[in-house]
Each structure stands twice: as structure tokens, then as C-alpha cells.
Write a protein that binds this ligand. Structure first.
Ligand SMILES: [Zn+2]
Length: 316
């Protein structure tokens, strides 16, 4: 297999990496995501960051076999359209074909969490496993499913939305409109909401000092810091979110009987083993088959998405 390019279209930055045949990075380039730029301009910005990554690698498009792009939104695989990417205002746009024409390179699109799960499957924590669940608690709770060594997309390419599994019927309202979705009770956003409440009621000095009552300023690092400071109410909030994540994962283990569940994203990475242990305990409590499926942390960090996108881009 030849060299490939993977690109992660994030909410704030685009990361393009040129990879060798073992998915090791040769070079990468980063660029700000053009917020609100619209279809054409966004496509050209993507082409540009790919060109810069190739230049830095002293390579030309003819030296790489394909480009895989991970986007934060739904995709129509058959037509190669991005259905929606709200923050860059891209709507029902034939990104695959437009980029192929612009770059003269074979292009594939994938949803970012699917790509992240696939990256961990092909080169990370789930290497050599066949049945893999990826769960990525962050702003929401993203998910991906690899079954029998293949990414499972479902009828509309929307499969794997583990974040919208109901784990507390009648519970808090989710961004999707339903009540009690997994992400409404276990995402980083859900944790941040509770921590801001603690800050307001004088139960977390650390959060009050660093973020005030601004939810968007409660980052994974700050959550970690407040826990390390021994603030018990903060620890309880995170523990409850981890417990709910385990409720969801327990059911997923019963449905898919996977070889491994990979926990990815910045929150899991920052909170590490303690968080993982809470999730694990709850998942085992809430799984009927109590399989020997291991629950592990992702190992590729930011690169799970880029590597997954590149691997999917090869079409193999
Ligand atoms: Zn939901």
C-alpha cells in the first residue's frame, strides 16, 4: 500500500497528515477551520491544507494514493456529499467529487467518530480485533461500530450514534430533543453544566476561579485539576457521568458482544485510569453477558481520526 493522506476537519482546526504505508506520519499541516465560509471556499481551504502537508513532505499528489476526510457531521456515502456541517455552513455539498477535481486525487469522506473508531481499529488500541465499539465522550458522546473488521454504517450512514441511546427515560433534555440520552447525562458538556452549578453554589473553588460560570470554559484539564484538588462534589459529578456512560456501554456490550470497547476523546484521555475504572465497573454491572470484552483507552490521541480517515480513504 502506498502513502496516503488523512484529514480531520475539526470544529476549530483542520489537521492534514501524510502517512506512510504503516500509518506512520511523514509530515502534517494545520490550518484554522474557515467558520461560516460556505461550500466552495471551505473546499478550497481543505485542498490548500492538503497541498501544504504534501509540500512539507516533499511529495506531490502523484506520490500518494488517496485522501480520506473526516467531517463532523452526517455524510451521504454513495453520492460523496456532506449532508451538513453546521459550523462551516456546508450543506448538501458534493465535497468528494469537488475535491477530486481540485486535487486530482481519489477522495473518500467519513464521519469523524466513525473515522476515530476505525483509526483505533487499524492502528491503535483495538489493533488485531474484529469487533470494536468506539465511544467518544466530548461535547456530545460520539460512537463508531466495527463489526467483522468492517465499519458498520447502517442504512443511512448514521449508525453508531451511541450518544442518543436513552439511558434515563424522562431524564434531562438532549440537544437532539429527546429526554435522557446518554450524552445528556455523560458528555463533557453534561459534566460542565453540573460543575458550573457547583461553582455558583460555592462547592467548587477551582471551577469558580478558572471558569466562573461559563460552561464553555470548563475544559477537560480543569475538570482534572478540580478532581486532583480533592473537591469531592466535583469527583461525584464525574463519577456519576462515568456511571451513566457505563450504563450505556453495558447495554452495547450485550447487543454487540464486542472484542473491545475503546474510550476516546480528550476527556477520557485527560481523566485516564480512574475514570476508565468507574466506567468499567458500571458497564459490568449493567451488562447481562458480562463478557470478557475489555474497555480500554484510545491510544492514538488526535491521530485516531486522521489515521482512520486515511485508511478509509484507501477504500481497502
Ligand atoms: Zn439525544
Amino acid at each position: 500500500m502506498a502513502r496516503t493522506v488523512g484529514l480531520d476537519m475539526g470544529g476549530t482546526k483542520m489537521l492534514a497528515a501524510v502517512l506512510d504505508s504503516d500509518y506512520q506520519e511523514i509530515e502534517h499541516a494545520k490550518k484554522r477551520t474557515p467558520i461560516g465560509a460556505g461550500n466552495e471556499e471551505t473546499m478550497l481551504a481543505i485542498a490548500d491544507v492538503v497541498r501544504v502537508a504534501l509540500e512539507k513532505s516533499s511529495l506531490d499528489v502523484s506520490d500518494v494514493s488517496s485522501l480520506g476526510i473526516a467531517v463532523p457531521g452526517p455524510i451521504d456515502h454513495k453520492r460523496g456529499h456532506v449532508i451538513a456541517m453546521p459550523n462551516v455552513s456546508m450543506h448538501d455539498y458534493p465535497l468528494r467529487d469537488k475535491l477530486q477535481d481540485e486535487l486530482g486525487l481519489r477522495v473518500q469522506l467519513e464521519n469523524d467518530v466513525n473515522a476515530g473508531t476505525y483509526g483505533e481499529f487499524i492502528a491503535g488500541a483495538a489493533l488485531d480485533k474484529e469487533n470494536v465499539l468506539g465511544v467518544f465522550p466530548g461535547t456530545g458522546v460520539g460512537g463508531g461500530v466495527v463489526l467483522g473488521g468492517e465499519l458498520y454504517r447502517g442504512r443511512h450512514g448514521k449508525a453508531g450514534e451511541v450518544g442518543h441511546m436513552i439511558v434515563q427515560a424522562g431524564g434531562p433534555r438532549c440537544g437532539c430533543g429527546k429526554l435522557g440520552c446518554l450524552e445528556a447525562v455523560s458528555s463533557k458538556t453534561a459534566i460542565a453544566k453540573d460543575l458550573v452549578h457547583l461553582a455558583m453554589t460555592g462547592q467548587s473553588e477551582t471551577v469558580l476561579e478558572s471558569a466562573g460560570t461559563d460552561i464553555s470554559r470548563v475544559k477537560s484539564n480543569l475538570i482534572k485539576k478540580a478532581m486532583a484538588a480533592g473537591e469531592q462534589p466535583v469527583i461525584e459529578v464525574v463519577k456519576r457521568a462515568a456511571w451513566y456512560l457505563g450504563v450505556g456501554i453495558g447495554s452495547l456490550i450485550d447487543i454487540f458482544d464486542p472484542d473491545v470497547v475503546v474510550l476516546g476523546g480528550g476527556l477520557a484521555e485527560k481523566l485516564g485510569e480512574q475514570y476508565l475504572e468507574w466506567v468499567r465497573e458500571s458497564a459490568m454491572q449493567h451488562s447481562m453477558i458480562r463478557s470478557d470484552a475489555s474497555i480500554v483507552l484510545a491510544s492514538l490521541g488526535d491521530y485516531s481520526v486522521v489515521i482512520g480517515a486515511a485508511a478509509i480513504g484507501t477504500g481497502e
